[in-house]
Design a protein around this ligand. Structure first.
Ligand SMILES: [Zn+2]
Length: 242
């Protein structure tokens, strides 16, 4: 039995190492995904700003037309002034001229405001576009670096996976089956040590009698709480783990 337990400890050490490689790869990929997301968010902001600019351009053109029309009406009424006969007609035309002059001035101010708003949004778009292209360039370089790094990790991992196959094959089938099931269900940690009567998988205390049995290592013991395979940590075991 002791032999099988030692094999299980070895296998767990290898699987933990493999999990470590997978975590490093996942971390690298998460960093890249985060940077990509930051670029996407800026691109979305650019799209929103462009939509606003288009709307403001439309409003600016409409206001400009109103302005031009008011100008034409002022000239038209001023021409008509020369032909009016009565004071009532004269007063009515004067009123129209004043009203159109007011519209002429008011629309001119609004056109200028629209132009200012458009210019400020265009500046923001230009700033964001600059940031995006800079970040995109850096990201492309980073992706290249990370891909190389991942390839390096994968090749190291491959050698360890090969070693794992050999170790797993040396284990009796029922143990391997139980081990594999635990590895899958218990976050890639199936074999854990007992340290001062505490399971190092779930950190729950074990019955003292069971700890004595685990030390004897005459049969396979599992934690009553997390079902992980237990072994008593001796200096020898620690050497195996390293
Ligand atoms: Zn446990």
């Amino acid at each position: 039995m002791k032999e099988e337990i030692v094999k299980l400890i070895k296998l767990q050490a290898i699987d933990s190492e493999i999990a470590g490689f997978d975590n490093i790869i996942a971390d690298h990929q998460a960093v890249l995904a985060g940077r990509e997301q930051a670029i996407v968010e800026k691109q979305e902001a650019i799209t929103v700003f462009r939509g606003k600019i288009e709307l403001l351009n439309q409003k600016q053109q409409e206001t400009k037309s109103e302005h031009d029309e008011a100008g034409i009406r002022v000239k038209d009424r001023q021409n008509k002034m020369m032909q009016v006969q009565t004071s009532r007609e004269h007063q009515a035309l004067l009123k129209e001229i004043e009203e159109n002059k007011r519209v002429y001035k008011e629309t001119e101010d609004r056109v200028l405001q629209f132009i200012e708003q458009i210019e400020s949004l265009e500046e923001e778009v230009a700033t964001l576009e600059n940031l995006c292209s800079g970040e995109q360039q850096l990201l492309t370089e980073e992706v290249e670096k990370v891909e190389k790094e991942i390839k390096r990790i994968e090749s190291t991992k491959k050698a360890i996976v090969n070693q794992r196959e050999k170790e797993a094959a040396a284990l009796e089938a029922p143990y391997l089956k139980r081990y594999a099931m635990l590895l899958d269900k218990r976050d890639r940690l199936a074999v854990v040590s007992v340290n001062v009567n505490v399971c190092q998988g779930c950190y729950m205390a074990l019955p003292p009698q069971q700890v004595i049995e685990i030390r004897k290592a005459e049969k396979l013991h599992t934690c009553p709480t997390c079902q992980r395979i237990l072994y008593y940590k001796t200096p020898e075991d620690m050497a195996v783990e390293k």
